[in-house]
Design a protein around this ligand. Structure first.
Ligand code: KG4
Ligand code: ZN
Length: 359
C-alpha cells in the first residue's frame, strides 16, 4: 500500500511516499518502505525577518506543494493513481500553513477516492526514529525537543503515549532561537548558536541549570535566556565573549536535558531512549546522551539528521502505521485516538486543522 505524506506545519514543505508492504512487513525495517522524499526549507525566505512570517510561510507552501508531490512521484517511479492513502499534518502548527497541507491532502484523497489520514505533528516526530537503519523497539522513552515542544514521553506502541514531563515555559528549541537572537545570530538560531559555541571556551561563564534538582521530569528554559541577557549587558560582547556565552548556554541546556533523560529512564525502567525533534540534531546533546547511555547502560537512538527536523517522511510513516493499526485499534479501546478515526478511512469531504493540539 502506498501512502503519500504531506508536512506543512511551519516553514518546511515536506513530501514523501511510503510503501507499507516493504517497510512494515514481517522482518522489514521501516526505512525500507520509504520510496522517495523531498523537502523545501523556507529558511532563506524568513531570514531577513529574523523568524517565521506566517503569511509568507503559507504562500510559499502553496507554491511548492504540488510540484514537490510531482518530484516524489517521479523519484519513486510511480503516479498518484497508485496511492492508497494520503496522510497530512493536521496540527499543531501555524494555522495558514497547516491549511495548505490539509486542503491539498484532503482534496487529493477525496479525488482519488482513498482515505485521508490526519497526523499529529509530534506523533510524526515521535515515530521518526523508526526510520533509523537500526530502529528502536517499543516500548521506549522519547525525548521530544523541537522549536515548540520539550517533552519526555513513554512510547508503548503506535498511538500509546504517556507524558512523563514537559517544559513549563520555553521549549528547548525556542530557548536556542531566542538566545541566538540575543547574540545577534541569524534565524534559525539553534544551528547558528551551536556553530558559534564550537569556538567558545568552557569555564568562563556558568549559567543556571533550571529545575535540574526539581525531583520531577519537567523543564524550564526561560530563565536561561534571561541569564544570557544579563551577561550581554554586563560584558563587552566581542566575538570571543559571544562564543563563550554560547558555549555556556549550550552546556547548561544540554546538562539539564541529559539529567532529566537519565531520570526518565530510571523511573520508567526502560532501556531505550529515543531523541526526536529539531534540537535532536545538536551534536553536543548527542555526545552527552551517548556518554550517559554508556555510563548508565541504556541505548540512545536518533533518527537520521534529515528526519530530526520537520520532514514529510515521518508523516508518511505515521500514516502507514496508523493504517496498519486501524483494525487493531477497534479491538483495543485502550488505544488513544490521535487524529485517526475509523470513519476517516472512508472518503471524507471535509477537513480541519488544529493549530493547538495536545498529544
Ligand atoms: O522539529 P523542528 O524542525 O520544528 C518544530 O517542530 O519546532 O525543530 C526546530 C527547532 C528550532 O528551534 C531550531 O533552532 C532547533 O530545532 N535546532 C537546533 C539545531 N538544529 C535545529 N537546536 C540546536 N542545535 C541544532 N543543531
Ligand atoms: Zn517539528
Amino acid at each position: 500500500m502506498l501512502i503519500l505524506g504531506i508536512e506543512t506545519s511551519c516553514d518546511e514543505t515536506g513530501v514523501a511516499l511510503y510503501d507499507s508492504e516493504r517497510g512494515l512487513g514481517q522482518g522489514a525495517v521501516p526505512l525500507a518502505g520509504l520510496l522517495a522524499h523531498t523537502l523545501h526549507s523556507q529558511v532563506e525566505l524568513h531570514d531577513e525577518y529574523g523568524g517565521v512570517v506566517p503569511e509568507l510561510a503559507s504562500r510559499d507552501h502553496i507554491r511548492r506543494l504540488l510540484p514537490l508531490i510531482g518530484v516524489v512521484m517521479t523519484r519513486a517511479g510511480t503516479d498518484l493513481s497508485r496511492v492508497s492513502a494520503v496522510a497530512y499534518t493536521e496540527g499543531p502548527g501555524l494555522a495558514g500553513a497547516l491549511l495548505v497541507g490539509a486542503s491539498v491532502g484532503a482534496s487529493l484523497a477525496y479525488g482519488l477516492g482513498v482515505p485521508a489520514i490526519r497526523v499529529h505533528h509530534l506523533e510524526g516526530h515521535l515515530l521518526s526514529p523508526l526510520l533509523s537503519p537500526v530502529p528502536p523497539r517499543f516500548p521506549f522513552v522519547a525525548l521530544l525537543v523541537s522549536g515548540g515542544h520539550t517533552q519526555l514521553m513513554r512510547v508503548s506502541n503506535v498511538g500509546k503515549y504517556a507524558l512523563l514531563g514537559e517544559t513549563q515555559d520555553d521549549a528547548a528549541g525556542e530557548a536556542f532561537d531566542k538566545t541566538a537572537k540575543l547574540l545577534g545570530l541569524p534565524y534559525p538560531g539553534g544551528p547558528a548558536l551551536a556553530q558559534l559555541a564550537r569556538s567558545g571556551r568552557g569555564g568562563r561563564f556558568r549559567l543556571p541549570r533550571p529545575m535540574i534538582a526539581s525531583g520531577d521530569l519537567d523543564f524550564s528554559f526561560s530563565g536561561l535566556k534571561t541569564a544570557v541577557l544579563l551577561l550581554t549587558r554586563q560584558h563587552e560582547m566581542d566575538a570571543q565573549t559571544r562564543a563563550d556565552v554560547a558555549y555556556a548556554f549550550e552546556e547548561a541546556l544540554v546538562e539539564v536535558l541529559v539529567a532529566k533523560c537519565i531520570a526518565a529512564i530510571a523511573t520508567s525502567g526502560l532501556g531505550q531512549l529515543v531523541v526526536a525533534g529539531g534540537v535532536g540534531a545538536n551534536t553536543r546533546l548527542r555526545a552527552a546522551l551517548d556518554a550517559a547511555g554508556q555510563r548508565k547502560g541504556f541505548r540512545v537512538c536518533y533518527p537520521p539528521l534529515e528526519f530530526c527536523t520537520d520532514n514529510g517522511a515521518m508523516i508518511a510513516l505515521a500514516g502507514a502505521l496508523k493504517m496498519q493499526d486501524a483494525e487493531f485499534r477497534i479491538q483495543d479501546p485502550e488505544r488513544q485516538d490521535l487524529g485517526l478515526r475509523i470513519e476517516d478511512l472512508g472518503r471524507s469531504r471535509s477537513f480541519t486543522v488544529k493549530p493547538r493540539w495536545d498529544l
